[in-house]
Design a protein around this ligand. Structure first.
Ligand code: SF4
Length: 243
């Protein structure tokens, strides 16, 4: 029987109005049908990956390798997955023919970051999510004004999929405390001045006092990579809208 997202979403919100992220996540995974986690293996990712590993080490974890990542991220993905015992990490890459056709020289990010993110992130992820009823994201309200109203559960307009955002209400301090408490391996670039990590060409160091996401697409209005769709359209926010 197909998943009835319209009834499950309010049920999960009601049942977990006051529960922990871990309790919410465990129950949501058991009730939301075919569920995958999507992870960038970035600066905060170890928290949610650790929670998932405690619940089901074989849950599909989709890792989008844009083929423009820092080598440190690729190495960290392997290290962290092994550390947590995750046994079903699936690396998602852009379509080779589409890359050849639309970004043959690998420099599209210089002229059009929107089209580059669509090609290297949004389209591969959308393909990978076909067949799933729900996906787990690491989005948090504090990251941007566009995420200020983020619920733990939401319907993805246009696809009918459910998005689970267990850390929606977590602060940066809670993330740090969880990483410490569980002695989780850190992304090596965090200590080198990168509190938010995306593709190498579009991520720069952040100076003391700057917003943690200031190093993403520095000098542009872009703040989102566009892997979050509404009505099949990648959603992006302007930097001016970000907290
Ligand atoms: Fe391309 Fe930069 Fe987007 Fe990565 S973050 S997909 S390199 S525009």
């Amino acid at each position: 029987m197909p998943l009835d997202a319209s009834s499950l979403i309010p049920e999960l919100l009601r049942d977990h109005a006051n529960s922990t992220a871990q309790a919410f996540l465990k129950d949501a995974i058991s009730r939301a049908g075919r569920v995958a986690m999507v992870s960038s293996f970035g600066a905060d990712s170890a928290v949610l990956l650790h929670m998932v590993a405690q619940i089901d080490r074989n849950l599909p974890v989709l890792f989008i390798d844009t083929l423009a990542l820092f080598p440190e991220t690729v190495a960290y993905q392997k290290e962290l997955a092994a550390h947590l015992g995750l046994s079903n990490v699936q690396t998602i890459t852009p379509d080779r023919a589409a890359l050849f056709e639309r970004d043959a020289d690998g420099l599209l990010h210089r002229s059009d970051t929107e089209r580059c993110c669509t090609l290297r992130k949004a389209e591969p992820l959308e393909r990978a999510l076909q067949g799933y009823d729900a996906w787990i994201t690491g989005r948090k309200r504090h990251q941007a004004a566009t995420r200020a109203d983020l619920d733990r559960v939401e319907l993805e307009p246009g696809t009918g999929r459910i998005r689970l955002n267990p850390l929606a209400d977590w602060s940066a301090a809670q993330i740090g405390a969880y990483l410490d408490a569980h002695e989780l391996p850190r992304h090596p670039l965090v200590a080198r001045g990168y509190p938010s990590i995306g593709c190498q060409p579009c991520t720069s160091r952040v100076l003391t006092g700057e917003d943690p996401r200031a190093g993403r697409w520095r000098g542009t209005e872009k703040t989102e990579c566009g892997i979050h769709f509404i009505g099949g359209v990648p959603q992006r926010a302007r930097k001016a809208d970000a907290a």
